[in-house]
Design a protein around this ligand. Structure first.
Ligand code: G3P
Length: 214
């Protein structure tokens, strides 16, 4: 499984990219709004920091408007992936964008069949929202696992992104489910990296070494 950072915060993105293990970044309108900055310059800045895919979402609702907005976003940088909401207009827009060679990330998917519709529209990625499914008493990880099985069974090229990740368990569950990517908030990615026993082990090694080398 590969990792995306789910963030529009330049400091978080810069810090995580220095780790050398994250393939790209996903943003959404809420994450961008949180930064209080103008969108297009922020997107350009993020794309200059991140060598891999950077997902940026359209706000338009009609297919033609989505296509026009998507083309503007794609023109910002070569590594922009356009996020399109999973609606009828979103599917139509994605079909057109796919024909134009613009990469797309079909977002706000909450079921395996929505994900399959995304795949049939030519989407590059489909984002299944684990946390929000759990919030309503469903099992987000099951939706991811079933989508992965379906895509393998039908040799679908669209890659599965486990999204709406709230904790390390979601990341580990996404790996077990066979997701191609997990897009992870900075706090959760830090929790994935840090384990108290690792820190304790480092301290003990140092203490034993210093004691022996006295
Ligand atoms: O950015 C897409 C997705 O990961 C956001 O999910 O539920 O944290 O808003 P959520």
């Amino acid at each position: 499984m590969k990792f995306f950072l789910d963030s529009a915060n330049v400091e978080e993105i810069t810090r995580v990219m220095s780790w050398g293990v994250v393939a790209g970044v996903t943003t959404n309108p809420s994450l961008v709004a949180r930064e209080g900055k103008e969108f297009m310059p922020l997107l350009k800045q993020i794309c200059s920091i991140v060598p891999g895919p950077v997902s940026a979402e359209v706000l338009s609702e009609g297919a033609d408007d989505m296509v026009a907005e998507a083309r503007e976003l794609a023109a910002v940088a070569d590594n922009v992936v356009v996020k399109i909401p999973l609606t009828a207009d979103g599917l139509a827009a994605t079909r057109e964008l796919s024909a134009q060679g613009i990469k797309t990330n079909l977002t706000l998917a909450f079921s395996p069949v929505q994900a399959m519709l995304a795949a049939r529209s030519g989407a590059t990625y489909a984002s299944l929202f684990i946390g929000r499914l759990d919030d309503v008493g469903a099992c987000g990880l099951s939706a991811v696992a079933e989508t992965v099985r379906n895509f393998q069974a039908y040799a679908v090229g669209t890659r599965v992104i486990a999204a709406s990740i709230r904790n390390v368990g979601h990341v580990e569950g996404a790996m077990s489910a066979g997701a191609d990517y997990a897009t992870v908030p900075f706090r959760v990615l830090s929790d994935c990296l840090h384990h108290p026993l690792t820190d304790q082990g480092i301290e003990k090694f140092k203490a034993d070494w210093e004691k022996a080398m006295k």
